[in-house]
Ligand binder design. Structure first.
Ligand SMILES: [Zn+2]
Length: 421
């Protein structure tokens, strides 16, 4: 009799241990898949440094996120991105949802498996591409209706479908489908789009099948109207989403309107959540918007401009296709540590651009390195409490004389206590 009892007792202990472990792992899994640790805040401006822990690795902010399409960045490989210490990049839901399609991505264990990318991915909702790339798109309360550019079929993308695609892609950060209106549009359509984006946010939250491992970000809309922006901020921040994006900007509006909407947004966003400013990637814009309190940025600019032979440098850009570089045996930037600058001269790249796409790949590597290095320098300067000085010397190097400073940048920086001289 005694023996079976003992066995039972041991068995029970083992079961108890397993249950405890299971509970711990369940507990861990039920925690938000995003942790924002504030490392430093600039005592002068609104700039901040955070460590943003996502399911695949920690991202040091402020961060620039390179943009990929169809699961690969144009002109750069996953290996090269890793070598550049890129911690997060963007995947394109619209293109991936169409081709190769979510079923194939599912089979490949999501976009991470498909790309063999071990770090974080952010996917967009697919809505922006539709409005910007597809002429025939129509927005109704249900979703965005458009004609597939691949087979001409009419497709309706709803907030639920957008999340379903992003759930199969398995991205670390997903974006809600929003009703995107060009930033130059005014009038009642802007208000309608703002309210609809809030309703679509609620539908997106309800549709997320993986809240334990995929973060859904809300997108603040409201055009260039501060009342509408504020109303959107007030409503959306009532939702307990892991992060917020500032949307509907960088669409050809006046820079003066742009920075005012950015700073109004960061004034009303919760301090403890990441702030992602969408579609911003010019060096000056990045530095100014970090000062205004943004953490994350993305833009196709550095990779797109590379394909036209334009290399980004601290004093602007080099148009490497022009004759002046034909006999220039310096690297793109003497101080740059990237593989392109370590190995190749401007003259060689100039020659390559004439006959080989490899020229564009080398410049793409350099441009992404430039963006990531810029953000790392910004981060260090905030940690070391010398961000205002960093901004001043950055601007001096970018613009040879102070009368060339863009007026909007001077005013935006003045609003956060940096006076350029
Ligand atoms: Zn370089």
């Amino acid at each position: 009799m005694a023996a079976p009892c003992r066995t039972d007792a041991i068995f029970e202990t083992v079961v108890e241990e397993i249950e405890t472990n299971e509970m711990c792992s369940k507990k861990a899994a039920s925690l938000a898949p995003l942790v924002l640790h504030m490392v430093a805040e600039c005592p002068v401006t609104k700039a901040r440094v955070c460590d943003l822990t996502l399911p695949h690795c920690t991202v040091n902010t402020p961060v620039f996120m390179p943009v990929g399409t169809q699961g690969t960045l144009k002109g750069i490989t996953v290996d090269q991105l890793e070598e550049l210490n890129c911690q997060i990049c963007l995947g394109n839901t619209y293109h991936l949802g169409m081709r190769p399609g979510p079923e194939l991505i599912d089979k490949a264990n999501g976009l991470h498996g498909f790309m063999n990318w071990k770090r974080n991915l952010l996917t967009d909702s697919g809505g922006f591409q539709m409005v910007s790339l597809v002429e025939l798109s129509e927005v109704t309360e249900e979703g965005v209706k458009f004609r597939s550019p691949y087979d001409g079929k009419e497709i309706l993308l709803t907030p639920e479908q957008s999340i379903a695609i992003q759930n199969s892609l398995g991205s670390d950060i997903m974006m809600q489908l929003d009703d995107v209106v060009s930033s130059t549009v005014t009038g009642p359509r802007v208000e309608e789009a703002m309210h609809r984006s809030i309703r679509w946010l609620d539908r997106s939250i309800a549709a997320n099948k993986n809240p334990d491992r995929q973060n859904l970000f809300a997108i603040i809309q409201g055009g260039l109207n501060s009342q509408l922006r504020k109303a959107c901020l007030e409503e959306m921040t009532k939702r307990d989403v892991p992060g917020f994006a500032i949307g509907g900007l960088s669409g050809g509006e006046e820079k003066d309107d742009f920075w005012k909407m950015v700073t109004l947004s960061t004034d009303h966003l919760p301090r403890c959540k990441p702030r992602y400013l969408m579609g911003v990637g010019y060096a000056v814009d990045l530095v100014v918007c970090v000062a205004l309190g943004c953490d994350m940025f993305d833009c196709v600019f550095p990779t797109r401009t590379a394909r036209f032979g334009s290399a980004l440098v601290p004093w602007g850009s080099l148009q490497l296709k022009t004759k002046q570089f034909a006999k220039d045996f310096q690297p793109i930037d003497q101080e740059c540590q990237c593989a392109t600058c370590r190995r190749h001269t401007r003259a060689y790249l100039h020659a390559l651009l004439k006959c080989d796409t490899a020229g564009m790949h080398h410049i793409t590597v350099h441009n992404i390195s430039y963006q990531l290095t810029l953000m790392r320098s910004v981060r260090e300067s905030i940690i070391e409490k010398r961000f205002p000085e960093f901004v001043k010397s950055f601007m001096k190097r970018m613009f040879p004389t102070s009368d060339q400073y863009p007026r909007w940048a001077v005013e935006a920086l003045a609003s956060v206590n940096i006076t350029l001289d």
